[in-house]
Design a protein around this ligand. Structure first.
Ligand code: SF4
Ligand code: SF4
Length: 285
Protein backbone atom coordinates (compact mmCIF):
# COMPACT_ATOMS: atom_id res chain seq x y z
CA UNK A 1 0.00 0.00 0.00
CA UNK A 2 2.78 2.48 0.90
CA UNK A 3 4.78 1.79 -2.25
CA UNK A 4 1.69 2.20 -4.43
CA UNK A 5 0.58 5.34 -2.62
CA UNK A 6 4.05 6.84 -3.09
CA UNK A 7 3.87 6.08 -6.82
CA UNK A 8 0.43 7.71 -7.01
CA UNK A 9 1.72 10.81 -5.22
CA UNK A 10 4.57 11.05 -7.73
CA UNK A 11 2.09 10.76 -10.62
CA UNK A 12 -0.01 13.53 -9.07
CA UNK A 13 3.17 15.62 -9.20
CA UNK A 14 3.53 15.01 -12.95
CA UNK A 15 6.07 12.16 -12.83
CA UNK A 16 5.92 8.63 -14.20
CA UNK A 17 5.96 5.91 -11.55
CA UNK A 18 5.44 2.22 -10.91
CA UNK A 19 5.20 0.16 -7.73
CA UNK A 20 5.16 -3.52 -6.96
CA UNK A 21 5.65 -5.77 -3.94
CA UNK A 22 7.84 -8.79 -3.40
CA UNK A 23 6.38 -11.47 -1.13
CA UNK A 24 8.04 -14.52 0.29
CA UNK A 25 6.05 -17.50 1.53
CA UNK A 26 5.35 -15.65 4.75
CA UNK A 27 2.43 -14.52 6.85
CA UNK A 28 1.35 -11.01 7.80
CA UNK A 29 3.93 -9.27 9.94
CA UNK A 30 6.88 -11.14 8.44
CA UNK A 31 9.47 -9.19 6.43
CA UNK A 32 8.30 -8.10 2.97
CA UNK A 33 9.75 -5.75 0.39
CA UNK A 34 8.10 -3.37 -2.04
CA UNK A 35 9.60 -1.17 -4.72
CA UNK A 36 8.68 2.23 -6.19
CA UNK A 37 10.37 3.55 -9.30
CA UNK A 38 9.89 7.23 -10.26
CA UNK A 39 11.12 9.01 -13.38
CA UNK A 40 10.39 12.03 -15.50
CA UNK A 41 10.01 9.87 -18.61
CA UNK A 42 8.02 6.77 -19.30
CA UNK A 43 9.37 3.73 -17.43
CA UNK A 44 9.78 0.52 -19.38
CA UNK A 45 12.01 -1.47 -17.02
CA UNK A 46 10.09 -3.96 -14.82
CA UNK A 47 12.78 -5.54 -12.68
CA UNK A 48 13.22 -5.28 -8.92
CA UNK A 49 15.38 -2.36 -7.83
CA UNK A 50 18.88 -3.52 -6.92
CA UNK A 51 20.59 -0.13 -6.49
CA UNK A 52 18.00 2.11 -4.84
CA UNK A 53 18.41 5.86 -4.34
CA UNK A 54 16.33 5.60 -1.17
CA UNK A 55 15.56 2.83 1.28
CA UNK A 56 12.55 3.12 3.61
CA UNK A 57 12.79 0.78 6.59
CA UNK A 58 9.49 0.25 8.39
CA UNK A 59 10.99 -1.88 11.16
CA UNK A 60 14.44 -1.10 12.55
CA UNK A 61 15.02 -4.73 13.59
CA UNK A 62 15.20 -5.72 9.92
CA UNK A 63 18.72 -4.30 10.01
CA UNK A 64 19.63 -7.29 12.22
CA UNK A 65 18.25 -9.96 9.94
CA UNK A 66 18.13 -8.75 6.35
CA UNK A 67 20.54 -6.91 4.03
CA UNK A 68 17.96 -4.14 3.57
CA UNK A 69 20.48 -1.44 2.61
CA UNK A 70 22.44 -3.65 0.24
CA UNK A 71 22.99 -1.73 -3.02
CA UNK A 72 21.92 1.64 -1.60
CA UNK A 73 23.85 4.32 -3.51
CA UNK A 74 26.46 6.23 -1.50
CA UNK A 75 24.71 9.49 -2.43
CA UNK A 76 21.33 7.96 -1.57
CA UNK A 77 19.23 8.30 1.55
CA UNK A 78 17.40 6.24 4.13
CA UNK A 79 14.18 6.77 6.07
CA UNK A 80 13.91 4.63 9.19
CA UNK A 81 11.18 3.98 11.73
CA UNK A 82 13.08 4.34 15.00
CA UNK A 83 13.13 6.38 18.15
CA UNK A 84 16.81 7.18 17.53
CA UNK A 85 18.15 10.36 15.95
CA UNK A 86 20.02 9.85 12.63
CA UNK A 87 23.41 10.39 14.29
CA UNK A 88 22.65 7.55 16.78
CA UNK A 89 21.66 5.10 14.08
CA UNK A 90 24.07 2.74 12.36
CA UNK A 91 22.54 1.19 9.24
CA UNK A 92 25.77 -0.03 7.61
CA UNK A 93 26.18 2.84 5.15
CA UNK A 94 26.71 6.47 6.05
CA UNK A 95 24.09 8.30 4.01
CA UNK A 96 21.64 11.14 4.40
CA UNK A 97 19.08 9.82 6.83
CA UNK A 98 15.68 10.71 8.23
CA UNK A 99 14.29 9.05 11.34
CA UNK A 100 10.81 9.08 12.79
CA UNK A 101 9.04 7.20 15.59
CA UNK A 102 6.36 6.01 13.18
CA UNK A 103 5.07 3.35 15.57
CA UNK A 104 4.10 5.95 18.18
CA UNK A 105 2.63 8.20 15.48
CA UNK A 106 0.53 5.33 14.10
CA UNK A 107 -0.73 4.40 17.55
CA UNK A 108 -1.72 8.01 18.15
CA UNK A 109 -3.39 8.59 14.78
CA UNK A 110 -4.73 5.14 13.89
CA UNK A 111 -4.87 3.43 17.31
CA UNK A 112 -2.88 0.63 15.70
CA UNK A 113 0.83 0.09 14.99
CA UNK A 114 0.41 0.15 11.20
CA UNK A 115 3.20 2.45 10.14
CA UNK A 116 3.05 2.69 6.35
CA UNK A 117 1.25 6.04 6.01
CA UNK A 118 3.30 7.60 8.81
CA UNK A 119 6.44 6.55 6.95
CA UNK A 120 5.12 8.21 3.80
CA UNK A 121 4.93 11.49 5.73
CA UNK A 122 8.63 11.08 6.60
CA UNK A 123 9.43 10.24 2.97
CA UNK A 124 7.73 13.48 1.87
CA UNK A 125 10.15 15.39 4.07
CA UNK A 126 13.27 14.09 2.32
CA UNK A 127 12.22 13.08 -1.19
CA UNK A 128 12.16 16.13 -3.47
CA UNK A 129 10.05 14.29 -6.06
CA UNK A 130 6.90 14.30 -3.92
CA UNK A 131 5.17 16.89 -1.77
CA UNK A 132 3.37 16.21 1.49
CA UNK A 133 0.21 17.57 -0.11
CA UNK A 134 0.33 14.99 -2.92
CA UNK A 135 1.21 12.20 -0.47
CA UNK A 136 -1.85 13.12 1.60
CA UNK A 137 -4.06 13.32 -1.46
CA UNK A 138 -2.85 9.89 -2.62
CA UNK A 139 -3.43 8.47 0.88
CA UNK A 140 -6.93 9.95 1.01
CA UNK A 141 -7.77 8.47 -2.43
CA UNK A 142 -6.31 5.01 -1.86
CA UNK A 143 -7.31 4.49 1.77
CA UNK A 144 -10.65 6.24 1.35
CA UNK A 145 -11.56 3.93 -1.50
CA UNK A 146 -10.47 0.79 0.37
CA UNK A 147 -11.28 1.58 4.00
CA UNK A 148 -13.69 4.54 4.02
CA UNK A 149 -13.42 8.28 4.80
CA UNK A 150 -12.62 7.96 8.52
CA UNK A 151 -9.67 5.66 7.88
CA UNK A 152 -8.50 8.00 5.12
CA UNK A 153 -8.63 10.97 7.48
CA UNK A 154 -6.70 9.12 10.21
CA UNK A 155 -4.02 8.02 7.75
CA UNK A 156 -3.65 11.55 6.35
CA UNK A 157 -3.16 12.73 9.95
CA UNK A 158 -0.52 10.01 10.51
CA UNK A 159 1.44 11.31 7.51
CA UNK A 160 1.23 14.88 8.81
CA UNK A 161 2.35 13.96 12.36
CA UNK A 162 5.26 11.92 11.02
CA UNK A 163 6.25 14.71 8.64
CA UNK A 164 6.34 17.13 11.58
CA UNK A 165 8.27 14.69 13.79
CA UNK A 166 10.91 13.59 11.27
CA UNK A 167 14.52 14.30 12.18
CA UNK A 168 17.07 14.71 9.40
CA UNK A 169 20.81 14.12 9.50
CA UNK A 170 23.39 11.54 8.56
CA UNK A 171 23.44 8.02 9.96
CA UNK A 172 26.50 5.91 10.75
CA UNK A 173 27.93 3.22 8.50
CA UNK A 174 30.06 1.17 10.88
CA UNK A 175 28.08 -2.05 11.19
CA UNK A 176 28.57 -4.73 8.59
CA UNK A 177 25.56 -5.32 6.38
CA UNK A 178 23.89 -8.54 7.44
CA UNK A 179 23.47 -11.11 4.71
CA UNK A 180 20.37 -13.19 5.36
CA UNK A 181 21.46 -16.53 6.69
CA UNK A 182 20.44 -19.81 5.19
CA UNK A 183 17.15 -20.74 6.84
CA UNK A 184 18.43 -24.09 8.04
CA UNK A 185 21.34 -24.08 10.48
CA UNK A 186 24.44 -26.13 9.90
CA UNK A 187 24.18 -29.45 11.70
CA UNK A 188 26.74 -28.32 14.28
CA UNK A 189 24.66 -25.19 15.05
CA UNK A 190 21.64 -27.21 16.16
CA UNK A 191 21.11 -26.50 19.89
CA UNK A 192 22.46 -29.03 22.37
CA UNK A 193 19.94 -31.72 23.10
CA UNK A 194 18.58 -31.74 19.54
CA UNK A 195 20.85 -34.35 18.02
CA UNK A 196 20.11 -34.39 14.29
CA UNK A 197 22.41 -35.55 11.54
CA UNK A 198 22.51 -33.42 8.36
CA UNK A 199 20.41 -35.93 6.41
CA UNK A 200 17.64 -35.67 9.02
CA UNK A 201 17.16 -31.92 8.66
CA UNK A 202 17.37 -31.86 4.88
CA UNK A 203 14.01 -30.79 3.48
CA UNK A 204 12.67 -29.43 6.79
CA UNK A 205 11.14 -25.98 6.24
CA UNK A 206 12.03 -24.41 9.58
CA UNK A 207 15.37 -25.06 11.20
CA UNK A 208 15.53 -25.57 14.97
CA UNK A 209 16.85 -22.50 16.75
CA UNK A 210 16.38 -20.24 13.71
CA UNK A 211 13.89 -17.91 15.43
CA UNK A 212 16.83 -16.35 17.28
CA UNK A 213 17.54 -14.43 14.05
CA UNK A 214 14.15 -12.77 14.04
CA UNK A 215 14.06 -9.95 16.56
CA UNK A 216 10.35 -9.45 16.83
CA UNK A 217 10.43 -7.03 19.80
CA UNK A 218 9.25 -4.01 17.82
CA UNK A 219 6.02 -5.82 16.94
CA UNK A 220 4.69 -5.08 20.40
CA UNK A 221 2.41 -2.20 21.28
CA UNK A 222 2.30 -2.97 25.04
CA UNK A 223 5.25 -3.95 27.17
CA UNK A 224 5.38 -6.07 30.33
CA UNK A 225 6.68 -4.19 33.38
CA UNK A 226 8.02 -6.49 36.04
CA UNK A 227 7.75 -5.68 39.76
CA UNK A 228 10.56 -7.50 41.52
CA UNK A 229 9.13 -6.74 44.98
CA UNK A 230 5.75 -8.34 44.27
CA UNK A 231 7.17 -11.41 42.49
CA UNK A 232 6.91 -14.65 44.49
CA UNK A 233 9.15 -16.47 41.99
CA UNK A 234 6.59 -19.08 40.93
CA UNK A 235 8.02 -18.95 37.37
CA UNK A 236 4.63 -19.30 35.69
CA UNK A 237 5.46 -16.41 33.37
CA UNK A 238 8.80 -17.98 32.44
CA UNK A 239 7.06 -21.26 31.66
CA UNK A 240 4.19 -19.82 29.62
CA UNK A 241 5.77 -17.04 27.55
CA UNK A 242 5.18 -18.25 23.98
CA UNK A 243 8.29 -16.47 22.75
CA UNK A 244 10.58 -17.89 25.42
CA UNK A 245 11.77 -14.35 26.04
CA UNK A 246 11.47 -14.41 29.83
CA UNK A 247 14.81 -15.37 31.32
CA UNK A 248 15.02 -17.13 34.64
CA UNK A 249 17.68 -15.54 36.84
CA UNK A 250 19.81 -17.47 39.30
CA UNK A 251 17.60 -16.48 42.26
CA UNK A 252 14.41 -17.39 40.31
CA UNK A 253 13.47 -13.79 39.69
CA UNK A 254 12.82 -13.15 36.01
CA UNK A 255 13.88 -10.73 33.28
CA UNK A 256 12.22 -9.98 29.96
CA UNK A 257 14.33 -10.00 26.82
CA UNK A 258 12.64 -7.10 25.03
CA UNK A 259 14.39 -7.86 21.75
CA UNK A 260 11.88 -10.70 21.29
CA UNK A 261 8.87 -9.79 23.49
CA UNK A 262 5.81 -9.25 21.27
CA UNK A 263 3.65 -7.87 24.08
CA UNK A 264 1.02 -10.61 24.06
CA UNK A 265 0.35 -10.10 27.78
CA UNK A 266 0.18 -13.80 28.64
CA UNK A 267 2.82 -13.38 31.35
CA UNK A 268 0.72 -10.68 33.05
CA UNK A 269 -2.34 -12.89 32.71
CA UNK A 270 -0.84 -15.93 34.39
CA UNK A 271 0.98 -14.11 37.18
CA UNK A 272 -0.90 -14.94 40.42
CA UNK A 273 0.22 -11.79 42.27
CA UNK A 274 0.01 -9.14 39.53
CA UNK A 275 3.75 -8.68 39.49
CA UNK A 276 3.63 -7.99 35.74
CA UNK A 277 1.76 -5.01 34.40
CA UNK A 278 1.21 -4.44 30.66
CA UNK A 279 2.02 -0.81 29.85
CA UNK A 280 1.02 0.74 26.52
CA UNK A 281 3.90 1.45 24.15
CA UNK A 282 7.32 0.01 23.31
CA UNK A 283 9.21 0.23 26.60
CA UNK A 284 12.13 -1.52 28.25
CA UNK A 285 12.91 -1.66 31.95
S1 SF4 B 1 4.24 -10.10 26.87
FE1 SF4 B 1 4.12 -12.13 25.88
S2 SF4 B 1 6.00 -12.24 24.67
FE2 SF4 B 1 6.32 -10.59 26.14
S3 SF4 B 1 7.28 -11.53 27.91
FE3 SF4 B 1 5.08 -11.56 28.31
S4 SF4 B 1 4.40 -13.57 27.58
FE4 SF4 B 1 6.42 -13.19 26.67
S1 SF4 C 1 4.37 -15.29 37.27
FE1 SF4 C 1 4.51 -13.44 38.51
S2 SF4 C 1 5.13 -14.15 40.51
FE2 SF4 C 1 5.52 -15.82 39.10
S3 SF4 C 1 7.67 -15.52 38.51
FE3 SF4 C 1 6.45 -14.47 36.99
S4 SF4 C 1 6.34 -12.37 37.74
FE4 SF4 C 1 7.00 -13.62 39.45
Amino acid sequence: MAAQTLAEAAILGGHHAQAFPYFGAERRGAPVRAFTRIDDKRISIRSQIYEPDMVVILDETLLEIDPVVDGLRSNGSAVVNTRKAPSELDIGVSVRCATVDATSVAIEALKAPVVNTAMLGAVAKVLDLVTLENIQKAIADRFGEKLGPRAAEANVLAAQLAYDGTKEGRCLGARSIVQRRMWLPEWDEVPTGVALEPEHIEGVAVGPGSSIQNMTGTWRTSSPKYDREKCIRCLRCWFTCPDVCIKRLEDDHVKVDYRYCKGCGICADVCPVDAIDMVKGVHEW
